[in-house]
Design a protein around this ligand. Structure first.
Ligand code: ANZ
Ligand code: ZN
Length: 841
């Protein structure tokens, strides 16, 4: 075909930009629709086809919405601050500040090549001081409202990235960025109080339309547990040990206790511990282990008994032993547990190893089976009781006056009995914000020793700490030639005197600027708020524009961010809502996770070395062909196998589309000159029209559900109908090309404007409608004549063959009567109209 994709695609991209086809009027838009895909981080050599897959999928949805009459806003930017970009710079031996500019050019060029309808006027980059000024401002708002605080704690430390990490960034014990093993390190750090929002983060999940698996991941991550707090006394001691338990009903079976190695009580009673040396040694070893190693069920349990210490079980006043063991974590609950070996697997294993008493207090056999359905449970219980361990509910035994009660009821009764209280516990922990790295937004805080000594500061609880006055923002990241992380627990900024030496904003004494930078995930937790107001100088986001455009209507991105970016963004939005900076408290009304591209059996990723660069494909086949190829691979939310071979199909398809229009060009132009009355409707036309109507319905539904692959195959089938119809009408052909427009934006524009001579962009056209009557008509009334006279009528499926029609007709009593047993001489069949049986002439 005479279609030069390289030239034509470039031409349209330039025209679209010049005419602002994808730039909605941000102030005046009447039907705003904010369509967003997670912005990329330019850590690699460039975009890979996995990224392009996700972006194109998001763009198709945006284009569809635009054609449905919305003012679609589809912005793009770069998440270029942070460890990922810095690690990349380190790897290739470049400076991150210089590399950022190179990557930016490269990424934007590639993103342009995809033909996506981005609003290029509203770009943002997180490393731009105009942007991170507001990231710092956000930090200050958090600080001022008691949501940012400092705490010394054993934190996750990546020895390779030489920085701390948030819990969410430790995946199966490994660094989210570099996959090295994470260790523990005691450091004083900045935290964001996300735990304060645990319940709201959980509850609000009910009101947002998100991919279910992301909601499940968030629910599990927040990890709400309902239980009780119960105090155990220590023999001959004032101090008490408080435990959190989800099974207070098992209290009579608590035969020993365990403290986390970091539990503060341990050192405060060390003089009473006769084997302190041994205990101390164990504690030091335990601190070196990662959390994952500690809680691993498969690992053999370890621990040391605190000799000379006895706790008292408040239910039966029995004296029980106390251990230090690393399977109990200091960061959860109270850092101490009551151990019930008969009903908890970890305790069971520990008790067997240390030969501790095991007392059953829950009988799994339900004595009264209230209904037949519950008998199954009873049978299961029967099985369980023969084993040693039962973790389920049941009937109370060995529990004094509570015997015979259901364990469910006993939970609260026993809690009351020992003076405990109900307690809700979340697994979610506060978000660790500081990073000991260079390439990030400096944390805008100042520490003054002078003020600290006099207990002065912005916050009572944090004497000496001041936020940088807002009119001094941004705190610019200085250019530091030697930006490499040192691994000493401080950022490279800590060696730049001119950076950290400042005056105290309060007393004017010599003070010190915070030298850690903030987590990249803070940059990306609010970027969607900035896009509609990128030019705004006075505020982080312009109130009117925000009201118009937010929350984001459709957000698409990777499922790997379920408890990272997607949780942090929700948290920030809730805080801004509480601070009356936003009128809504969920940032993304609808979220869908895209699938991943697989290459040779594994996920495409840099570390696997199986990255495919889209550039060469776009150059060879054009963006349109490549878009269709990617979307045709598999259902968008599922992802699929990337195999080059498949690309020829989409290429042939688009060639046929183009040829069809070119071949019929003159006919279409003639038709445009005729009045609509004189346009003839042939049987093939009807066929095409019906197929078109069906396709409009199907493609519309499919795009709504992100089922792009089946939408494309519908369009492929539809093309055959057009090709088979020698007198297609231009209006139908136009509908067809509109349906294809979101998938192949360039070629459809070329056909629309250049072949069909339209003056404005196809991407601003309205989505085709169909006549529902055409769909109902899957059947028609077949007229049955005998010797040319109508004798009967019957409703039959459209397009039935003569043979099928004959079978139906000859079996009808009425017709048999008319024929009176005579054999037919001739049959005349007019498809979709009538059948005439001629018996004599
Ligand atoms: C006694 C008991 C008896 C428990 C029983 C369970 C079963 P979730 O559901 O995750 O909240 N636990 C409490 N704090 C802990 C800590 N810091 N480190 C390790 N384990 C801890 O789990 C709550 C249960 O985990 C608690 O209930 C406690 O053991 C343990 F038959 O208390 B249970
Ligand atoms: Zn001061």
């Amino acid at each position: 075909m005479g279609y030069n994709h390289e030239k034509i695609e470039k031409k349209w991209r330039e025209r679209w930009a010049k005419e602002g086809v994808y730039e909605p009027d941000l102030k005046k838009a009447e039907r705003p629709f904010y369509n967003l895909m997670m912005f990329p981080y330019p850590s690699a050599e460039g975009l890979h086809v996995g990224n392009m897959y996700a972006f194109v999928g998001s763009d198709i949805y945006g284009r569809f919405k635009r054609m449905r009459g919305y003012d679609v806003f589809e912005p793009i930017g770069l998440d270029g601050f942070g460890i990922h970009s810095e690690n990349y710079a380190l790897k290739i031996g470049a400076h991150p500040a210089k590399q950022a500019k190179i990557s930016q050019r490269r990424f934007y060029k590639q993103l342009q090549m995809t033909g996506n309808g981005f609003a290029w006027e509203e770009c943002l980059e997180t490393y731009d001081p105009k942007y991170y000024k507001w990231t710092q401002w956000i930090f200050i708002q958090f600080f001022k409202n008691g949501l940012a605080y400092r705490k010394k704690q054993a934190v996750n430390w990546c020895p390779s990235c030489k920085t701390v990490l948030a819990d969410e960034q430790v995946i199966s014990g490994e660094c989210e960025r570099c996959s090295n093993k994470v260790v523990k390190k005691e450091l004083e750090q900045w935290f964001f109080r996300i735990t304060k929002y645990a319940e709201r983060l959980l509850k609000n999940l009910g009101k947002i339309d998100w991919t279910e698996k992301i909601k499940i991941a968030q629910r599990e991550w927040i990890g709400k547990s309902e239980g009780a707090e119960i105090e155990f006394g220590i023999k001959n001691h004032e101090l008490k040990i408080k435990v959190f338990t989800t099974r207070p009903d098992t209290l009579f079976g608590a035969t020993y206790m365990v403290l986390a190695p970091e539990h503060p009580l341990v050192s405060s009673i060390k003089h009473q511990i006769s084997n302190w040396k041994e205990v101390e040694k164990y504690i030091n070893q335990a601190k070196k282990k990662t959390e994952l190693q500690r809680v691993d069920l498969a690992k053999e349990k370890t621990g040391v008994k605190l000799e000379g210490i006895k706790a008292i079980n408040p239910a039966n006043k029995k004296e029980i032993s106390v251990f230090v063991a690393d399977y109990v974590l200091s960061s959860y609950g109270t850092g101490a547990i009551m151990a019930v070996p008969a009903h908890d697997e970890r305790d069971f294993e520990f008790a067997k190893k240390f030969k501790l008493p095991i007392i059953k207090v829950i009988n799994p056999v339900l004595m009264r089976v209230p209904n037949p359905a519950a008998r199954v449970d009873a049978a299961v219980s029967e099985l369980a009781i023969s084993g040693d361990l039962w973790e389920g509910e049941g009937e109370m035994i060995n529990s004094a006056k509570f015997n015979g009660m259901s364990s469910e009821k006993a939970k609260w009764e026993i809690t009351k009995f020992v003076g405990g209280k109900k307690k809700i516990q979340y697994h979610l922990r506060d978000w660790l914000i500081s990073r000991q790295r260079y390439w990030g937004a400096p944390i805008p805080m100042i520490y003054c020793e002078n003020c600290a000594a006099e207990k002065r500061g912005d916050q009572k609880e944090m004497p000496g700490w001041y936020s940088v006055p807002e009119n001094q923002l941004p705190v610019k990241l200085p250019y530091v030639e030697n930006f490499r992380p040192k691994g000493k627990g401080v950022s490279p900024l800590a060696s730049i005197k001119s950076f950290f030496e400042v005056k105290c904003p309060s007393c004017g004494a010599k003070a010190r600027r915070e030298t850690d930078v903030s987590d990249t995930f803070l940059d990306s937790a609010w970027y969607y708020l900035r896009y509609p107001s990128v030019g705004e100088k006075k505020h982080a986001w312009n109130p009117e524009l925000t009201k118009k455009w937010l929350p984001v209507n459709m957000y698409i991105g990777g499922a790997e961010h379920s408890v990272l970016h997607l949780l942090y963004s929700r948290f920030l939005t809730m805080v801004f809502n509480d601070l009356r900076l936003l009128a809504f408290d969920e940032p993304f009304t609808k979220f869908r996770a895209h699938g991943l591209l697989i290459k040779e059996g594994s996920k495409m990723s840099k570390s696997k070395g199986n990255i495919v660069n889209p550039d060469e494909y776009i150059k060879k086949f054009g963006a349109d062909v490549f878009r269709i190829y990617l979307m045709f691979l598999a259902p968008f939310e599922q992802g699929g196998d990337f195999r080059d071979a498949g690309i020829l199909g989409p290429e042939r398809f688009l060639k046929r589309v183009y040829n069809f229009f070119e071949t019929n060009k003159d006919k279409f132009m003639r038709e445009l000159g005729l009045s609509s009355r004189s346009v003839i409707l042939s049987p093939e036309n009807l066929n095409t029209k019906r197929q078109l109507a069906k396709s409009i319905r199907k493609v519309t539904e499919d795009i709504k559900n992100l089922q792009y692959n089946t939408a494309i195959s519908t369009l492929m089938t539809l093309l055959y109908y057009f090709e088979a119809d020698s007198c297609t009408h231009i209006s139908d052909a136009e509908d067809f090309i509109k349906l294809l427009a979101p998938f192949a934006p360039h070629i459809t524009e070329e056909i629309w404007q250049n072949i069909l001579k339209n003056k404005t962009s196809i991407h601003k056209e309205l989505w085709p409608e169909y006549d529902p009557k055409l769909l109902q008509e899957d059947k028609f009334e077949l007229v049955i004549q005998v010797n040319g006279k109508m004798r009967d009528k019957v409703s039959v499926p459209m397009n039935i063959s003569q043979k099928e029609a004959e079978e139906i007709v000859f079996s009808r009593e009425k017709i048999k009567n008319w024929l009176k047993g005579e054999k037919e001489k001739k049959i005349i069949f007019i498809p979709n109209r009538l059948i005439n049986i001629v018996v004599h002439s």
